[in-house]
Design a protein around this ligand. Structure first.
Ligand code: ADP
Ligand code: MG
Ligand code: ZN
Length: 475
């Protein structure tokens, strides 16, 4: 029997507010433990939560960006459970009446098509604190700085079928949240984390199978690996006629496998009920309109514009708009250039390769957009050729110097003097009679040999646009 995977993702994204969702404490990451706390977020008796308006605005923005319909009235419930990182004994979360529902997000499939993934709901909630286990003193410490930090949970429909699609969905969602500037997207700090639900069903069957939920995957790579592992594990189970049990599993990135954390029987009954300390959340047309007015150009629109305005292929435009920072970098780079295709190639190959090798984000690039633009301008003007430009680029990365200074200091200007190059061509033809004879006898592949000889004489600085026709005529 052949099985088909069914995958649904739940993403928790931390909203970029300065203060927590129900109190005025700072949300700053990395402060000393419990520095960002007050009676409200430490759950002291008698305190009252007050909803952070900015958090709601950010949630509305996320809802608009994913084409959700926004509830004019939503509500906060209490999700009750005991855990030492949850001082109140309950988490305030939208459960029965979330702020947004019925959205979708388009991803590109491996075959180059577009697939729409449904978004079931987006709801707002507060984060819990963090336990730090100290094995030496055999003690656990609690840090409540994260307690009460605002989150949105974005729940997808079970529309995803492969680990690759899951990765594409997450990357797109991550990009969108950064584009609209509601989440910093820092996965190491837990600002964007994912639970993946996976089940298998025989191909052709309508009903879904029993699912396993993989908790807290904090990198795109881990998500894809964990899903693939889980598909393999469940396939093996079903092929052997064993039953899949509904359970929560954890991904172990060191062992490259998932292990069971808890089964369905151990699942919590959260006894949700409306939080009596909070009034219903009313979002009116005016609020929605003012957020709509602040919406930036989203990735799909930007990609379409890059294709239309800069005549780029879908592939190039897709890559260049995959992150807002990269798209901005590219637009700044080309603002004074004419050869856009060349700039796109340089950005996606030379620049990206350098950033990847140094594990740097484009924002931290040692070569900023204006300097990168200057370098490409030198190529456009024919002052240096592409080979020299690579050398200059490496030097820019190393020294941070401006490209024109590097070219001047090292004397890298392209040799474009026609009569000087003509003399060199004559010399190369004179010095290599055997190759000339072979070329004239039909071995036209030797053309690159002659080009190479001239490049050697000029340390790679000859202008190919001049020597190519010269060589062709003289040969
Ligand atoms: P819970 O919050 O208890 O985990 P939800 O009903 O909110 O449950 O579903 C969570 C996620 O699981 C959603 O993304 C949904 O699409 C997905 N899902 C539900 N059923 C299945 C299934 N049988 N196989 C795979 N994914 C599923
Ligand atoms: Mg779940
Ligand atoms: Zn507080």
């Amino acid at each position: 029997m052949v099985f088909e995977p069914v995958i649904g993702l739940e993403v928790h994204a931390q909203l970029k507010t300065k203060t927590k969702i129900f109190c005025g404490c700072s949300t700053e990451f990395g402060r000393s433990p419990n520095a960002n706390t007050c009676p409200v977020c430490t759950g002291m008796p008698g305190v009252l939560p007050v909803l952070n308006k900015q958090a709601v605005t950010f949630a509305i923005k996320a809802a608009l960006a994913t084409d959700c319909s926004i509830a004019r009235q939503s509500r906060f419930d209490r999700k009750n459970y005991f855990y030492p990182d949850l001082p109140k004994g309950y988490q305030i979360s939208q459960y029965a009446a979330p702020i947004a529902e019925h959205g979708h997000l388009d991803i590109e499939t491996e075959e180059g098509g577009v697939k729409t993934i449904g978004i079931t709901r987006i709801h707002m909630e507060e984060d819990a604190g963090k336990l730090i286990h100290d094995p030496i003193r055999a003690k656990s410490l609690v840090d409540l700085n994260r307690t009460g930090v605002p989150l949105i949970e974005i729940v997808s429909e079970p529309d995803i079928r492969t680990a690759k699609e899951a990765g594409a969905y997450l990357r797109k969602l991550h990009a969108i949240l950064k584009y609209i500037d509601v989440c910093d997207g820092n996965m190491e700090e837990g600002s964007f984390r994912c639970d993946a639900n996976i089940s298998l069903r025989p191909v052709g069957q309508k009903e879904f199978g029993i699912r396993a939920e993989l908790k807290n995957l904090n990198s795109f790579k881990h998500v894809e690996k964990a899903i693939n592992y889980e598909i393999q594990r469940q396939t093996l189970f079903l092929e052997e006629g064993r039953a899949i049990v509904q359970e929560t599993r954890l991904w172990d990135p060191d062992k490259n496998k998932t292990t069971s954390m808890r089964g369905k029987e151990e699942a919590h009954d959260y006894r949700y009920f409306p939080d009596p300390d909070l009034v219903p959340l009313i979002v009116d047309e005016k609020w929605i309109q003012s957020v709509t007015d602040q919406m930036p150009e989203l990735p799909d629109k930007k990609k379409a514009r890059f294709m239309a305005q800069f005549k780029l292929s879908a592939l190039d435009a897709g890559q260049l708009t995959a992150s807002l920072d990269l798209a901005n970098y590219f637009e700044e780079t080309i603002s004074k250039l004419t050869d856009i295709k060349q700039a796109a190639n340089w950005t996606m190959t030379t620049l990206m390769a350098m950033l990847n090798s140094k594990n740097l984000d484009i924002k931290c690039s040692p070569v900023k957009a204006p300097a990168f633009s200057k370098l490409l301008m030198l190529v456009e003007k024919g002052i240096i050729n592409a080979t020299t430009a690579k050398i200059v680029f490496d030097e820019m990365v190393e020294s941070g110097k401006s490209p024109d200074i590097i070219v001047r200091e090292k004397g890298l200007e392209q040799v474009s003097d026609h009569s000087e190059l003509a003399k060199m061509v004559d010399a190369v033809i004179r010095d290599n009679p055997d190759e000339v004879a072979a070329f004239r006898g039909g071995k036209t592949k030797l053309f690159s040999f002659f080009m190479g000889q001239i490049m050697k004489k000029t340390q790679g600085k000859a202008d190919p646009a001049i020597i190519t026709p010269l060589l062709k005529t003289k040969l």
